[in-house]
Ligand binder design. Structure first.
Ligand code: UDX
Length: 460
C-alpha cells in the first residue's frame, strides 16, 4: 500500500518521512517547485530535529520520493493524505482554498477505490466539503468511483515532530466506512505495536477533537499567565504555585508554564478558527475570547516590564534578546512573542541585538527590512556577543544553551546586570548574590521602577 502525501510543510513532510521510515513507499507532492527540487537534493525547507536523517535515508533507499505532479504520484497509490496549509483568512476562519483545490485535483484523476485523508487541521464539516469537491469532479467526468474521506488530525509538536509522530499519545481516526477503517488500521499498525493508540470515531468528532485539544492547551497557558501576572502584583512566586497545582493529577504538570505568550502555527490560528466557527453559528465563546485576549496582552508584558524599568522613551537604550523562535527546537517565527517585543522596542526608540541558535536565517528572511535598517535591530554571532554593552538581557525563548549560561561573563558584558526572564529559566536566589537585578513572569519580584532611578540614573 503506497501513500501520497500532498503538502510538504511540517505536517506533510513529517508524515511522509515517518511512514517511509516504517517501510511504506511514499510520494510527497508540493506545488512549490523550489521546495521539491531542494528535497530531491536533500535540502529540507524546515529545521526539525531528526527529520533530515530520515528524509535522506529513505530517499536513498528509494522509499521516499518528491514531485510537483500529483497525477503522477496518484498512479501507484490509493491513499492520499491532504496536508496543505489552512492559513487564517482575514476574519480568522481557516481558509480552505488549498485543501479544496487538492480535493478537486484528486477527483480529476481518481481511477479506483481510494481513501482521502484530511491531515491538515480543518474545521468541522470540511470532510463533507472535500467529499463534495471530489464527487463534483467525478460527476463532470461521468464516472462512478467509490472513495472515502477520513479525518486523521495530526498532534505533533514542532521541535519534537518526528518523536511525536513515531510515538504518539493517540492516533485519531474519524471514518464512516469499514473499508477505510481497515486501511487506516493497517497503515498505523507499526506505530501501534505495544499498545492500541488508535481511537476511532466519526469524521466530525475527529475534526472537533483537534480543535478542542489545542484550545484546551491554549486555555491552560492563558489561565496560568493570568495567575502569574497576579502573582507579580501580590509578591507571590508562581513557580511554587505551578508545582503545587501541577501535582494534582486532575490538573497535571504540562502546559501550565507561564511565559510571554504562546505562538506558533497552531494555537493562535486554531483558537481563532474555533471562535469563527462558533460565531458563524451565532454562538458566543467568552472563554475562548478570553484565552486569545490574555495571550495578546501577555505578548506585551516583557515590553511593559522594560518600560517600567527604563521609561517609555527608550532612545539610546540597547537590549539583548535571547531567542527569536516561538519556542525552542524550531526556526519557526510565526506568532513568536519575540516579534511583538522587538517591534515595540524599536517603536520606542531602542536598539535590539538578538541571538537565536537556529532562527537567525529565518529572521533575516522573514522579518521586515525596516527592522534591520539603520542597524537598530542586529543579529549577533553568538549569545554572549548579543550582550556587549546592552542595558539588559531579555530571555524570550528557553533554548537549552540559555539555561545555564556563564553569569560572570554576562555581568562583564552587559552595561548593567539586569535580566528579564520571559520563561522563568533562572533562579533568583542564584542571581541575587551575583549582583543581578532579576525579573521573571509572576515571580513576585518586579524590577525597580524607573521612578527609583530619577535624576542622573543612579544605577550607572
Ligand atoms: C501545538 C500542539 O502541542 C500540538 O499538539 C499541535 O499539533 C500543534 O500545536 P506546537 O505549536 O508545535 O504544538 O508547540 P507547543 O509545544 O504545543 O507550544 C505552543 C506554544 O505554547 C509555544 O509558544 C510555547 O512556548 C507555549 N507554551 C507551551 C507555554 O507558554 N507554556 C506551556 O506550559 C507550554
Amino acid at each position: 500500500m503506497n501513500l501520497t502525501v500532498i503538502g510538504t510543510g511540517y505536517v506533510g513532510l513529517v508524515t511522509g518521512a515517518c511512514f517511509a521510515e516504517m517501510g511504506r513507499t511514499v510520494t510527497c507532492v508540493d506545488v512549490d517547485a523550489g521546495k521539491i527540487e531542494g528535497l530531491k537534493a536533500g535540502v529540507l525547507p524546515i529545521y526539525e530535529p531528526g527529520l533530515e536523517e530520515i528524509v535522506l535515508r529513505n530517499s536513498a533507499e528509494d522509499r521516499l520520493h518528491f514531485t510537483t505532479e500529483l497525477p503522477e504520484a496518484m498512479q501507484d497509490s490509493k491513499v492520499y493524505f491532504i496536508a496543505v496549509g489552512t492559513p487564517p483568512g482575514e476574519d480568522g476562519s481557516a481558509d480552505l482554498q488549498y485543501v479544496l483545490a487538492v480535493a478537486r485535483q484528486i477527483g480529476r484523476h481518481l481511477d479506483g477505490y481510494s481513501v482521502i485523508v484530511d491531515k491538515s487541521t480543518v474545521p468541522v464539516g470540511t470532510a463533507d466539503k472535500v467529499r463534495a469537491a471530489v464527487q463534483a469532479e467525478l460527476d463532470v467526468r461521468g464516472v462512478k468511483i467509490p472513495f472515502d474521506v477520513v479525518s486523521n488530525p495530526e498532534f505533533l509538536k514542532e521541535g519534537a515532530a518526528v518523536a511525536d509522530f513515531m510515538r504518539p499519545d493517540r492516533i485519531i481516526v474519524g471514518c464512516e466506512s469499514e473499508r477505510a477503517r481497515e486501511i487506516m488500521k493497517k497503515l498505523y499498525a507499526p506505530f501501534n505495536r505495544n499498545r492500541e493508540r488508535v481511537i476511532y470515531m466519526g469524521v466530525k468528532e475527529a475534526e472537533m477533537t483537534k480543535y478542542a485539544a489545542n484550545a484546551l492547551l491554549a486555555t491552560k497557558i492563558s489561565f496560568m499567565n493570568e495567575i502569574a501576572n497576579l502573582c507579580d502584583l501580590l509578591g507571590v512566586d508562581v513557580e511554587s504555585v505551578r508545582e503545587g497545582i501541577g501535582s494534582d493529577s486532575r490538573i497535571g504538570s504540562h502546559f501550565i508554564y507561564p511565559g510571554c505568550g504562546y505562538g506558533g502555527s497552531c494555537f493562535p490560528k486554531d483558537v481563532q478558527a474555533l471562535i469563527r466557527t462558533a460565531h458563524a453559528r451565532g454562538y458566543a465563546t467568552p472563554v475562548l475570547d478570553a484565552v486569545e485576549a490574555r495571550n495578546a496582552a501577555q505578548k506585551q508584558v516583557l515590553f511593559q516590564k522594560l518600560s517600567r524599568r527604563f521609561g517609555s522613551d527608550l532612545r539610546g537604550h540597547t537590549f539583548a534578546v535571547w531567542g527569536l523562535a516561538f519556542k525552542p527546537g524550531t526556526d519557526d517565527l510565526r506568532e513568536a512573542p519575540a516579534r511583538v517585543l522587538i517591534e515595540a522596542l524599536l517603536n520606542a526608540g531602542a536598539s535590539v541585538r538578538a541571538y537565536d541558535p537556529v532562527a537567525m536565517d529565518a529572521a533575516r528572511k522573514e522579518w521586515p527590512a525596516a527592522w534591520f535598517e539603520a542597524g537598530r535591530l542586529s543579529l549577533a554571532a553568538h549569545q554572549y556577543e548579543a550582550l556587549e554593552g546592552a542595558d539588559a538581557l531579555v530571555l524570550v525563548t528557553e533554548w537549552k544553551p540559555f539555561r545555564h549560561p556563564d553569569f560572570a561573563a554576562m555581568k562583564r558584558l552587559l552595561k548593567a546586570p539586569i535580566i528579564l526572564d520571559g520563561r522563568n529559566q533562572y533562579d533568583p536566589e542564584e542571581l541575587q548574590p551575583l549582583g543581578f537585578e532579576y525579573e521573571g513572569i509572576g515571580r513576585g519580584l518586579a524590577l525597580p521602577s524607573v521612578k527609583d532611578f530619577t535624576g542622573s540614573l543612579a544605577r550607572r
